[in-house]
Design a protein around this ligand. Sequence first.
Ligand code: HEM
Length: 316
Amino acid sequence: MFIGQIGYYNGKCPNRTDVEEIVKNSVSAQFGGDATIVPALLRLQFHDCFVRGCDASILLDGNNTEKTASPNLTVRGYDVIDKAKSDVEEKCPGVVSCADIIIMAAREAVVLGGGSFYNVTTGRRDGLISNASEAVDLLPPAEIPVGDSIALFENLGLNVSDMVTLIGAHTVGVAHCSSFQDRLYNYNNTGMADPTMNHLLLNSLKGTCPQNSTNDNMANLDQNSLSANTVDNSFFIEIQENEGVLGIDQEIDLDTRTNATVKILANNNSVFLTQFAAALVKLGAVNVLLDPMGEIRTSCRSINGSPSPPPPPGHP
Ligand code: HEM
C-alpha cells in the first residue's frame, strides 16, 4: 500500500515554494480557457493508475507506448499536465514527479467541477516503462460485464463500492458514438437496440449517432443537461432512469452486486462527494513507485536521458 505523505514536497523546494499551489493555479488558469479539462484530467488519472500503477506511464511519447493504445486514443489533457509541470519546474526544478502532478491536477479538476476538496498524498516517482499492449489488456471497454469489471478493480485493491463510486466520474465528460453505437442498433448482435435504454434517450442518441455515419460524434455521459459538466451525483440519478449512455453505466444500476451502492449515491450528493474523493485517493495509491524506484522526469513525455534502451553488452 502506498505510504506517501500529505505535503511530501513541503520544504523540498527553494523559497518555500508551495507545489500544490502552483499546480492549482496552473490548472485553474487552463480551466478558464477550456472547462472540459475537468473530465480529461479525471480520466487521465484512471488510465494512468490502472496500467503499471500511478506512475505517469501514460504520459510517455513513443512507438507503442500506452497513449498509442486504442483505449487511450480519446484520452486528453496531456498538454494540461505539460503546462503544470513546466510551471512547477520553473520554481522547483527536478523535484516533483509527473505521477504526482497527475494526482494533484485531478484533485483540482474535481474542485473546479464543483466537487469537494480532498487531501492528496504525494511522493510518487515516475515509471520508466510504457507498453501499449498492457493498456489494451487492463483498461476496460465500455461494454465490460459487471463481473469482469469487479474482478479488474479488485485486482488493484479497489472494492465494488470503490468501483461504482469511481464510475461516478461519468458525471462529467463525453463519449464518442463508437463507444455506445452497438447499444443503439445491434445490442449483443440482436440487430436491435438495448432494451434497457430509456426510449427518449435512445431516439436522441440515434440522432447524434446515425447508423453507418462516418462522423464519430459525442454525447454527454451525464444525461442531466443542467449538470453534465458538474461533479455531482446526478449521473447515478440518471442511470436509475435508464439513461446510462455506456453499457457499463447502465449495468451498474441493473446488477444486484452494484445497485445498492448506486442507490446510496443517487440519494445523497454530499455522500457521493465524500466517497468520490476517498475513492480517488484510493485509486491514487495503486502500485505506486517510491524512492529509490523510478525517477523524477524532466519532461513528462520522456524518461530522463536516452529514451531508447541501452545496447546489448559487447555492442558500442
Ligand atoms: C469499468 C469502468 C469504466 C469503463 C468501462 C469506462 C469507459 C469509458 C468510455 C468508453 C468512455 C468514453 C470514451 C470516448 O468515447 O471518448 C469514458 C469516458 C470517461 N471516463 Fe470512463 N470508464 C470507466 C471508469 C472510469 C473511471 C474509474 C473514471 C475516473 C475516475 C472515468 C472517467 C471518465 C471520464 C471523466 C470520461 C469522459 C472523458 C472526456 O470527456 O474526455 N471512467 N469512459
